[in-house]
Ligand binder design. Sequence first.
Ligand code: PLP
Length: 377
Amino acid sequence: MPGFELIGKEEHEELNDLMTNSGILFRHGFDALRNNIYKVKEFENNFAEFMQVKNALAVTSGTSALHVALKAFGIGAGDEVITQAFTFVATVEAIVESGAKPVICDIDETLNLDSSYLDKYVNTNTKAIIVVHMLGTPCNMNGVLKFAKKHNLKVIEDTAWGCGGKFNEQYLGTLGDAGTYSFDFAKTITTGEGGMVIIKDELAFERAKAYHDHGHENNPSLPRWEDSRSSSGFNYRMSELQGAIGIAQLKKLNFIVDSQRSNASKIKNILIQKKYKIRDVPEHSFETCDAVVFFAENKQKAISIRNKLLKCNISTKILPEAMSWHFAESWDHIDELKNDSKMPNLEISRNILERAVALPVFVKMKDDYFNSLKSVL
Ligand SMILES: *Cc1c(COP(=O)(O)O)cnc(C)c1O
């Protein structure tokens, strides 16, 4: 959860450096006025180095990161994109905005996409799969990558909660063709609002860069006002203010993930003692542990556990109380889902999600918390 818990003097110093020594808040140009300070560029370079990839592109949000990735692969009207039933509504919004049709796949008790169901959803229009590492537990990528290869589909990892997590020793967001990250205020690291896209294919990465900047190709031999362009775009540029904060937050990512993992393991131990079944974790996962999810016997029990926890000032997160924003079956406000005559029945996912309770994990958690949790459960 907690980039926001650690906003402090390092972020302040980065902002001071920007305001005192540059004052240029736009990522491009003004070269003579900015003392060689390019915060967004520096954040992108540091992020790519951290994730052990060549390129990263900063954008305005995790939602725009998904939109940019879809555009970079040329996905649009007439295409279909498969994603999972349990995700934040943003994943489906990005597919809808791209013009493609969202197709919803059931999850299993990892709470992420179950690749054994993919066969049911694929057809000649299918172009991509967006997996989501929901709440920081990796999606089991082995089956997804194999399936995608067989059917020639792009794999985009929505890594909004998985920044700093790994699967098979590789950072989440770097296993598929593209990875997208969110730095909104509730995510593992934050720039207030913001996001990042990693794309492996260099041509697609160039398209992403242009798309997020009105089609600008940033041709080094031309001034920006005469810049070359070969496709339409939009404006998803990150500002230097966000870039400055991102530089400081990224330096805290390892500490955040380590702290969350350590607190999550204390919570898991209590749940095991109390004989609760915990969410499945795929083998070879390194979780960011944004939340610990466990299962009650049924929906009513899940709600009554939440009520008991709340009385002792222990909050839950998303499950069970905010399922309507995170479960595709609830989204009858999205015409593209509501009017889809082939919208699958998501009973499998519903039966899993409505029994689930999620406890948010923070960097700073006191012994009091663990003691109360033990006594309430
Ligand atoms: C937060 C989130 C997003 C969107 O990120 P924003 O930066 O808030 O736009 C996308 N997908 C998932 C799974 C998320 O949790």
